[in-house]
Every structure is written in structure tokens, then in C-alpha cells.
Design a protein around this ligand. Structure first.
Ligand code: UDP
Ligand code: MG
Length: 189
């Protein structure tokens, strides 16, 4: 069973590319960010907690996120996995490894969508106009980049050391053109 992590900074195109590649591959797909947004929409207790954290651009605690992921993987064991927006810390990556090992699923493979920060900022500000996400404002985006540099970038190093890390250009070309490269990589994993 494949365990694919689609990795990249905020605005790199993880959600967009996930939607395209899911038409081609049969993945059990989870976006932790989307789950949190639906919790907010439904006014759950978790949603209320998460809302403030997300609007500040910070990260929801490892234990909450790992709990969500664990139950998703257990429910979908037997299927190939596509993880979008997780893991975001080395602690989460280690927890994921433990879950995969426990379930005999093999190692996780990371595919990074590499995009420069200035381009990311432009994309997110444009997305703000289209989708109206509250965390897509300049101040919150800066904090999201800061959290990425401080906590999430180390996840890349973690998987580079373990092996199973591939980076592709997520910046130049249309989403379709980028998806062609991504699909090529996924077919070899
Ligand atoms: N978030 C989080 N942990 C996650 C996923 C999302 O803390 O595993 C929060 C975090 O505040 C983040 C926001 O939700 O800035 C939006 O995440 P999402 O992945 O949807 O946005 P992206 O980074 O892809 O723009
Ligand atoms: Mg996203």
C-alpha cells in the first residue's frame, strides 16, 4: 500500500494537485486543513479551538492532528493513501511512521511541490479574493510561512535522511502541466 505525502508550503498547490491526481488514482485522501475548516463550519468544540489558531496562522497541536490521521488511516487501511497538509512537524512525521509500521503499510514517500515564497504570497492573496478564506490575509500568511520555516521545513529533512523524498517544480506551468510531472513521479513510487 502506498503512503504518499503531498508536501509544500501554504499555497504550493497541494489541494489543487490532489483534486487532479485523484481522478487518475484511487487514493484514500485526507486534508487535515479541510477537516479543520469543516469542524469550524459545523461549530464543533474542536472547530472553535482550531478557529483562533488558524486565524493566527499557527498550528493545531500534534496530538489533535495525529488523532485525526490515525483514525482515518485505520478506517481506510487496505487503500493507497494521499496525505495533504500532513505531517507539518517532525513529531507528526514520527507518529505517522509508527502508525504505518503498526499497520504494516510500508514507508511514506514525499513529493514536494516547490514554489518560491513571493509567488506563494501572490497566489494566496489571489485565492483570498476567490475563496474568501479568513487566514489568506497578508499578516496571517506571513505567520503561516514563519511556522512552515520553523516547524514544517524540518519534515523535508527528516524524509530526505530516511529516503523517499522527491521535489518537483510546482511553480512554472499550469496546474495541468504540473500534474503531468506529478503523475509521472507517482507512477514510479
Ligand atoms: N492546520 C494545522 N494542521 C494541519 C492542517 C492545517 O494546524 O494539519 C491549520 C494551520 O493553521 C494552517 C491552516 O490550518 O495554517 C490551513 O491549512 P491548509 O493545509 O488548509 O492550508 P495550506 O497550508 O494548504 O494553505
Ligand atoms: Mg491546502
Amino acid at each position: 500500500m502506498r503512503n504518499i505525502i503531498l508536501f509544500g508550503a501554504p499555497g504550493a498547490g497541494k489541494g489543487t494537485q490532489s483534486a487532479i491526481i485523484r481522478e487518475k488514482f484511487d487514493f484514500a485522501y485526507i486534508s487535515t486543513g479541510e477537516i479543520l475548516r469543516s469542524e469550524i463550519k459545523n461549530g464543533t468544540q474542536l472547530g472553535k479551538q482550531a478557529e483562533e489558531i488558524i486565524n493566527r496562522g499557527e498550528l493545531v497541536s500534534d496530538s489533535i492532528i495525529v488523532g485525526m490521521i490515525q483514525s482515518f488511516i485505520e478506517k481506510n487501511n487496505g487503500k493507497d493513501l494521499l496525505l495533504d497538509g500532513f505531517p507539518r512537524t517532525v513529531k507528526q512525521a514520527e507518529a505517522l511512521d509508527g502508525i504505518l509500521k503498526e499497520l504494516n503499510r510500508g514507508e511514506a514517500k514525499v513529493v514536494e511541490l516547490a514554489v518560491d515564497k513571493d509567488v506563494l504570497m501572490q497566489r494566496l492573496l489571489k485565492r483570498a479574493e476567490i475563496e474568501g478564506r479568513k487566514d489568506d490575509n497578508e499578516q496571517t500568511i506571513r505567520e503561516r510561512f514563519n511556522q512552515y520555516d520553523k516547524k514544517t521545513a524540518a519534515v523535508a529533512d527528516y524524509y530526505k535522511q530516511k529516503g523517499g523524498y522527491i521535489s518537483i517544480d510546482g511553480q512554472n506551468g499550469t496546474p495541468e502541466q504540473i500534474s503531468v510531472k506529478l503523475i509521472e513521479v507517482l507512477e514510479k513510487l
